[in-house]
Design a protein around this ligand. Sequence first.
Ligand code: VOV
Length: 248
Amino acid sequence: MPEAVETMDGWYCLHDLRTIDWTKWKKATEEERQQAVEELQTMLREWEEVAEARDGSHAFYSIMGQKADILLMILRPTMQELSEIELRFNKSKIAEFTKPSYSYVSVVELSKYMSKESDNPEDNPGVRARLAPKLPLWDHICFYPMDKRREGNDNWYMLPFDERRQLMYEHSFTGRKYAGEVKQVITGSMGFDDWEWSVTLFAKDVLQLKKIVYEMRFDVVSARYGEFGPFYVGNILKTEDVPAYLAV
Ligand code: VOV
């Protein structure tokens, strides 16, 4: 029987994607709109303080295309905290003008494919930092869920451990070429959501997102075993830029 890889799990993660009901927003009074914007900025500033204290991290982006308008990605040590944030957002004024378009629940995950048997990677401060990451907040984000295929001869879960490790090594080799250009946060979602992992990529140059995803299509682990959900791509929405984004 193939052996499961051990995972290290860190902060819990919620990707909350919404569309804005612009018609309703335009019909709201100036006062209502102002109240909604101020309350949203207050929430964002409070979460920035949490991030400063290294008790969590979050990313707020506007999304291109019709699948969603905004993405709030939140990381917290417990799922209860995620739930409180989701509830708080849902009860806020701005939520009255949004519709849910997609959400994803997961936990930051690192696997032990690359660690030596003698090592205890959890003792490594670099590993601990990656399990509780400070999201880079570069100009662009790309988020998508994915699975590893289980179909006929292309069944990731039937491959021997060493073969999977070799394929992951090749994957990491491709990834490392993008050091400084693309940062990845991989979260695991087995038992939590409809796909097995979520991939969140941050880039300063949006084109690097296309380049890395394209190049990885040729890694055996993606070419043969990767299955992908919807892709979301967007631009950073800084707290101070929220009024301009919502101005009508
Ligand atoms: C930005 C670069 C980059 C780099 C350096 C990188 C490296 C690594 C390493 C070293 C490891 C294994 C150890 C660990 O850290 O867990 C992983 C793990 C993983 N990755 Fe990755 N990945 C990158 C980027 C990167 C991308 C762009 C994708 C999407 C693939 C695509 O085709 O669209 C991805 C996926 C994953 C997944 C789903 C896993 C978990 C798989 C599992 O079976 O457990 N990843 N990844």
